[in-house]
Design a protein around this ligand. Structure first.
Ligand code: PBG
Length: 324
């Protein structure tokens, strides 16, 4: 039966009617807010390409965390910017590293807040790659041990979830084993399972000073046109013990979010990355788009695609807009 008997517009006639038949809901519960913590004190360096995002020293990070808690956001994702970098990224697994100190302080003050830590070497290596480099090649297996040490040291300092973002093969297994051996078998791994080699990370690399000093990340991050490979990556991570699967970036990869949702049973997190945030901010500053409406439309689109969790720099704004 079709028009004129059926009229889809009947169910769009008023705000309450639309509420009643709405299929997907963005909630503050879905959000994770990424934060950058830098060594030192009294530091608040704006990230030029990400208005509203700062590199914060721990003393100034804590008030930002406080705001996040007040807004009811369940978790933050922590990135560290160390004072010095070296060939093997030793700042990443330094027991007194910038993230380790920050996690301790944050969990001390806000024990309920979920602190997720990004596990990677690129912010800590002088060459900017996510692993050990020899003769211009990023080595897989020797990197695993360092990633496992990094994840373990985050857990030892109180991280609730560890999130490896390096894209080395076997890193979930290496991390899972290291955690289990030391009594952290209850600490979940939120794996960046499906992470593409994307130009959308540009602003993040400015924020974290983590751009590769030579070459690119194409030998470890995924090739953007691939779909089946995404499912293989997710399958492998699940077999290695991942608890939550991240798809990253989000907006240009909504088909991938949907495919991962359809094929696997684990919670799926969409990472609405720095470049996506920067584009919205830039167009909004030009007065070309409505930031609030565009952001909420994008975030609900990610829910519709199948994301359970959304990692976004817009998290505090979205939380506020949801309260309105
Ligand atoms: C570290 C890492 C990156 C991002 C998250 N973890 C950068 C990269 O892989 O180059 C990007 C996040 C963003 O763009 O918002 N490997």
């Amino acid at each position: 039966m079709y028009y004129p008997t059926t009229r889809p517009r009947r169910l769009r006639s008023s705000a309450n009617m639309r509420r009643l038949v709405r299929e997907h809901h963005l909630r503050v519960d879905d959000l994770i807010y990424p934060l950058f913590v830098t060594a030192g004190s009294q530091i608040k360096t704006p990230v030029q390409s990400m208005p509203g995002v700062y590199n914060l020293s721990l003393d100034l990070l804590l008030p930002e965390v406080e705001k996040t808690v007040q807004l009811g956001i369940p978790g933050i994702l922590l990135f560290g910017i160390p004072e010095t970098k070296d060939q093997v990224g030793s700042g990443a697994y330094d027991p007194n590293g910038v993230v380790q100190q920050a996690v301790r302080a944050i969990k001390d003050k806000y024990p309920e807040l979920l602190v997720v830590t990004d596990v990677c070497l690129c912010e800590y290596t002088d060459h900017g790659h996510c692993g050990i480099v020899r003769d211009g090649t990023v080595l897989n297996d020797p990197t695993l041990e360092l990633l496992a040490r990094t994840a373990l040291s985050h857990a030892q300092n109180g991280a609730d979830i560890v999130a490896p973002s390096d894209m080395m093969d076997g890193r979930v297994q290496a991390i899972r084993e290291a955690l289990d051996e030391s009594g952290y078998e209850e600490t979940p791994v939120m794996s960046y399972s499906v992470k593409y080699c994307s130009a959308f990370y540009g602003p993040f690399r400015e924020a974290a000073g983590s751009a590769p000093q030579f070459g690119d990340r194409k030998t470890y991050q995924m090739d953007p046109p691939n779909v089946r490979e995404a499912l293989r990556e997710a399958e492998q991570d699940i077999a290695e013990g991942a608890d939550i699967l991240i798809v990253k970036p989000a907006m240009a990869y909504m088909d991938i979010i949907a495919a991962v949702r359809k094929n696997f049973l684990l919670p799926v997190a969409a990472y609405n990355v720095s470049g996506e945030y920067a584009m919205v901010k830039a167009a909004a500053q030009m007065g070309w788009i409505d930031e609030q409406k565009i952001t909420m439309e994008m975030l609900s689109g990610l829910k519709r695609a199948g994301a359970d969790i959304i990692i976004t720099y817009h998290a505090p704004d979205a939380a506020r807009w949801l309260q309105e």
